[in-house]
Design a protein around this ligand. Structure first.
Ligand SMILES: Nc1ncnc2c1ncn2[C@@H]1O[C@H](COP(=O)(O)OP(=O)(O)OP(=O)(O)O)[C@@H](O)[C@H]1O
Ligand SMILES: [Mg+2]
Length: 373
């Protein structure tokens, strides 16, 4: 990495946020259309930022303290203990996207280091070059550097999205972690801990994050709607929760995209923005299967197919809708079994219309078998 790319020492807290905006979230963010004239102006006071009109809500509402982080209560409580006694071990935080791993590390570092946060934190994420040279030069240099810290505290090196680090770089990290253990702690965030080599795992406390529950996401987006003074319907918020699948980043992005695109949050608007098969259509299709009406079910399926949705999109939607479908328990078990088998076939590569048609045929047969007399 060339030296003139700038020191990786964070000069300003906002710098961190900027990095996240540019580097990290581009892949997952839904692009946001210009506001329509019908869109209400956001009037509520922002929670953290000063000039916030163009700030993505994921950044505007990024928690700055542990109290603001939603869900994973036990995990956060464990970390809160480290923040109290000050001696944090090396950490690996792993879990699905958008559940607050990066946010949590930043909160922890802020609490531990206070004003020293600027000078005593080195943050490297997937946007930075993190090959073996960076470990040899930048990380070592930072670890050797002298900084004044609150008593009993350590410098913190945050390796975000650590699963994208090369094996070589991870190997080079092994000794570095031990050599500078007197002065420096490492915090690695990743989606799957298997991609972190075992010797690094054994040097760290592994902290796991789970997906957020529907209620947790609903509560958060509800509070954002109130803060932003948005027009919404309860069904609209339920649609956001449905599309987010336990990912808070996705939920906030979808909310903002729907708001900027349409002004109000209704299920129709949400599904237009998120470009997912409409769960209402899928629900209708499954109800037809339950009632043994293969013609009607087939028509919905072929409509969805013609709209260009991928088999993965359709089957994952079918699964999510089926979980809440009104169906006799036995029939639901068989439904889920068939959906699982079809999903497996799609993942293995045979995501054809024929497979999907076969699925609804089997579901109709099950529906017929369990029909109430
Ligand atoms: N538990 C949470 N409570 C409140 N907001 C959250 C939570 N998790 C995520 N968010 C929101 O989503 C945004 C992204 O979260 P964060 O960057 O911490 O995700 P992550 O777990 O690091 O995801 P990735 O694995 O993709 O890096 C945050 O800025 C915040 O607005
Ligand atoms: Mg992250």
């Amino acid at each position: 990495m060339s030296g003139d790319e700038g020191s990786m020492i964070i000069d300003d807290e906002d710098d961190i946020d900027d990095k996240h905006k540019i580097a990290k979230d581009t892949k997952k963010d839904v692009s946001i259309a210009l506001p329509t004239t019908s869109a209400k102006a956001a009037t509520a006071a922002p929670s953290h930022d000063k000039d916030d009109s163009n700030v993505p809500w994921i950044e505007k509402y990024r928690p700055h303290t542990f109290d603001e982080i939603v869900g994973n209560d036990e995990t956060i409580a464990r970390l809160a203990i480290f923040s109290q006694n000050g001696n944090m071990p090396n950490l690996i935080l792993c879990g699905p996207p958008g559940v607050g791993k990066t946010t949590t590390i930043l909160c922890l570092a802020r609490i531990l280091l206070g004003d020293a946060f600027r000078d005593a934190v080195l943050e490297l994420n997937a946007s930075s070059d993190r090959g073996i040279d960076v470990v040899r030069n930048k990380i070592k240099l930072f670890a050797q550097q002298k900084t004044s810290l609150p008593p009993g505290r350590h410098k913190i090196i945050i390796l975000d999205e650590a699963d994208s680090m090369t094996d070589g770089a991870q190997q080079a990290l092994r000794r570095t972690m031990e050599l500078y253990s007197q002065t420096t702690r490492f915090a690695l965030a990743c989606n799957t801990s298997e991609k972190i080599i075992p010797p690094i795992q054994s040097r760290c406390a592994v902290i796991r994050f789970g997906k957020l529950s529907e209620a947790q996401i609903l509560a958060k987006i509800n509070s954002v709607c109130v803060a932003e003074n948005i027009n919404y319907s309860d069904e609209g918020l339920a649609a956001i929760v449905f599309t987010s699948q336990g990912d808070m980043r996705q939920a906030l992005n979808n909310l903002q995209a729907t708001y900027h695109g349409f002004g109000t949050i209704t299920p129709d608007n949400v599904f237009k923005v998120c470009d997912e098969p409409s769960p209402l259509a899928v629900q209708q299709m499954l109800e037809n299967c339950r009632d043994g009406l293969i013609e009607d079910a087939y028509k919905t399926l072929s409509d969805l197919w013609k709209m260009g949705y991928s088999p993965e999109d359709i089957i994952s939607n079918i699964f999510r809708v089926c979980k809440n479908l009104e169906l006799r328990e036995h029939a639901k078990l068989y439904f889920l079994k068939e959906i699982g088998i079809t999903h497996m076939r799609i993942v293995e590569g045979s995501g054809t219309f024929l497979q999907m048609t076969g699925l609804i045929a089997r579901l109709c047969a099950i529906g017929d078998k369990f029909k109430k007399p």
